[in-house]
Design a protein around this ligand. Structure first.
Ligand code: 13P
Ligand code: SF4
Length: 303
């Protein structure tokens, strides 16, 4: 039996389901039961009933959200090193420090945060619904973290005042995209359209025809009549884009745009994870209860 067959057999034996983020390696996406963006994966984990184990092929904060939203399941993160550096950028102390200066401002946190921080916010959001979440609040000033670029994007779309926490939060992968690379590619593909993730800089977003979460980009790619699409997000998404649109050409806007943390999930690690039921993601009850409230409030917002 090859590794893929072994994983499939173990999955059946242990009643496991594999959820994979759009940035995962191609072979992980291909073996997963479901591939999606962060809100789709959270929803899927929350509603999962039949499986006893959820293997989360992604990074720490996404697996934590699954454990928070469906505490009856065993949630496994195949590689303990798969941590989102942006999620590490916001501490509880920073939230408390800024809150003192804006006591009436609600705290909205991007899901790319650790559960300990989510426990201190009013509501969560993802890149798919940040604008709708902020518009739903009866407040003109909102404390928002940890991504400064998403904060800027949401400010442009909502007209509200967003106080970024920390002031400098960013995704190390998405800040690599530069508009000059798009200019060069546009010479090569003059009819191409450009998609960018809201975690990209304002300059990069400025040259994009479409800005959205990874799954919203998949939707746009399906719908656009353009045959060539320049992609401003982590390169893993191109596997899904090409699979779903065999007649279209997808070009990454910058070849080095790799999230090393997302790539830590390999088939070997996935197999070992299922076999030994490791690494179990656990969130302390008190933290989980508060963070669940913030995530559930997000799910009530229509986007
Ligand atoms: P999506 O919610 O768009 O999948 O983004 C998650 C992420 O980590 C982007 O870097
Ligand atoms: Fe975190 Fe950026 Fe990787 Fe997304 S791409 S998981 S924000 S480091």
């Amino acid at each position: 039996m090859n590794l893929t067959d072994k994983i499939q057999a173990l999955k059946k034996e242990k009643k496991a389901v594999i959820l994979a983020h759009n940035y995962q390696r191609s072979e992980i996406q291909d073996i997963a039961d479901y591939v999606g963006d962060s809100i789709e994966l959270s929803r899927k984990a929350m509603l999962e009933q039949d499986a006893e184990i959820i293997v989360f092929a992604a990074v720490d904060f996404m697996a934590e959200s699954a454990a928070i939203l469906n505490p009856a399941k065993k949630v496994l993160l195949p590689s303990l090193g798969a941590r989102c550096p942006m999620a590490q950028m916001l501490t509880v102390d920073e939230i408390k420090r800024v809150k003192v200066h804006y006591p009436d401002a609600p705290v909205v946190l991007y899901v790319n945060t650790l559960a300990s921080s989510k426990a201190y916010c009013d509501i969560c959001c993802t890149s798919a619904n940040a604008v709708e979440v902020i518009n739903s609040l009866d407040a003109e000033t909102v404390i928002f973290g940890p991504d400064r670029n998403l904060a800027q994007y949401a400010t442009e779309k909502t007209g509200k005042t967003l106080i970024p926490i920390p002031e400098w939060g960013f995704c190390p992968t998405h800040v690599l995209f530069q508009p000059e690379d798009v200019t060069i590619l546009k010479h090569q593909y003059p009819n191409a359209v450009v998609m960018a993730h809201p975690e990209c800089s304002a300059e990069m977003r400025g040259v994009a025809d479409f800005i959205g979460s990874t799954s919203k980009m998949c939707q746009y790619a399906r719908d656009t009549p353009a045959r060539t699409i320049i992609v401003g997000t982590e390169e893993g998404l191109l596997h899904r884009l090409r699979k779903e649109n065999p007649g279209k050409r997808f070009v990454i806007a910058y070849k080095g745009a790799v999230c090393p943390n997302m790539k830590l999930t390999t088939l070997d690690r996935l197999y070992a994870s299922l076999k030994d039921e490791k690494h179990v993601v656990k969130v302390p009850d008190q933290v989980a209860r508060k963070a669940r409230g913030a995530l559930e409030r997000m799910f009530q917002i229509k986007s």
